[in-house]
Design a protein around this ligand. Structure first.
Ligand SMILES: [Zn+2]
Length: 345
């Protein structure tokens, strides 16, 4: 065999092994989603595994319902996980309200002690509007919270139990994960700089002080995700807002394309448009949300929010019947794959 032939053989072997590894990993994802998705992110099957329906309550800061949801979220990380997640409660008082941010951290096994470790952060807010009686906040942001619960368990099981992925992560020395549930995103009276995003302002301040902020490689914020398309708003467009995160936005869009190409999925319409650069060119905060204090601290932000906002936004109609189960499940699938890609480098 000539050297040329030997090299060609090695190359074919390499391509085949990458192909088989990718296929195996893809198979594992599909297997996981088939087993979990329809039970955990269901609008109708009210079983003990359901991660969405428990949010069908008002969740105003400091209320009993808020405490109940905090417990529900925390228990998910204490009982449904195979790995040891660090659990932090960030409690504080402002404007006569008690607020609590919930932070869950999973460090890759091999770099647990590394001071230079970096994190990919996924966040949503779990509080609801105070000034509309009985406001449920299904798209704002119950569905996003349930997607984060799903995503965290997916990552817990897939990344840290799968030797191929563990090897890849250790080899590339990549990222840990933080999942954050913010309290007090909503204004108490009317949205101003000081009457809004109570939780994220508080956590950002804390993290600037203890230097956690410098460990955040990317901040992915979900908000107003999971609504039904309506007569007025027939399609969701989730734009790319920031130059620093555009490469991540492109990755999300590629993942979406792959699912759209396959006919046997719940994917029907494109929602991500990487060539639509209008907002990107402005590259500034156009929609105020929990990312602002982190954006101001120079963290790269991927803001996943449809624009225009869902029709039921900030009305009493933002109830669970405004949610679209497929839409929620699609985002759970896309973000699961996205998180693996980003974390494993
Ligand atoms: Zn809101």
């Amino acid at each position: 065999m000539t050297l040329y032939k030997r090299n060609a053989c090695a190359l074919v072997f390499l391509i085949l092994s990458i192909f088989f590894n990718v296929t195996i990993v893809q198979g594992k994802f599909t297997e996981y989603h088939n087993k979990h998705l329809s039970r955990e992110l269901s609008l109708s099957k009210d079983g003990k595994d359901n991660l969405l329906l428990p949010f069908d309550v008002t969740r105003t800061p400091g209320s009993n319902n808020s405490l109940m949801i905090q417990n529900f979220i925390t228990q998910h990380f204490q009982t449904n996980m195979k790995n040891n997640w660090t659990i932090e409660y960030d409690n504080f008082q402002e404007n006569d309200y008690n607020f609590t941010n919930l932070i869950f951290t999973l460090d890759p096994k091999e770099i647990r002690q590394d001071k230079d470790k970096k994190y990919i952060l996924f966040a949503a807010h779990y509080d609801t509007l105070v000034n509309i009686d009985g406001f449920i906040g299904a798209v704002d942001s119950a569905a996003s919270c349930s997607i984060l619960l799903y995503l965290s368990q997916f990552l817990d099981e897939i990344i840290y139990e799968d030797q191929y992925l563990i090897d890849k992560i250790v080899e590339d020395n990549e990222y840990g994960i933080k999942i954050v549930f913010f309290d007090g995103e909503e204004a108490i009276d009317e949205w101003t700089e000081t009457d809004s995003i109570y939780g994220s302002r508080h956590l950002a301040k804390k993290w600037l002080k203890d230097e956690t902020m410098s460990q955040i490689e990317l901040f992915v914020l979900l908000d107003l995700i999971g609504g039904k398309r309506t007569k007025k708003i027939t399609e969701w467009k989730i734009k790319s807002y920031y130059k620093s995160s555009h490469k991540y936005y492109q990755l999300l869009s590629e993942i979406e394309d792959n699912y759209l190409e396959n006919e046997n999925t719940i994917f029907t319409k494109k929602e991500l448009f990487p060539t639509d650069v209008l907002y990107l060119m402005m590259n500034k905060v156009l929609i105020e949300d929990d990312h602002v204090p982190f954006y101001n601290a120079n963290v790269s932000i991927l803001h996943l929010i449809p624009f225009p906002f869902p029709e039921a936004w900030h009305t009493i109609d933002d109830k669970f019947d405004t949610l679209d189960e497929d839409e929620i499940q699609r985002w759970a699938i896309i973000l699961s794959e996205f998180a693996i890609e980003v974390i494993s480098g």
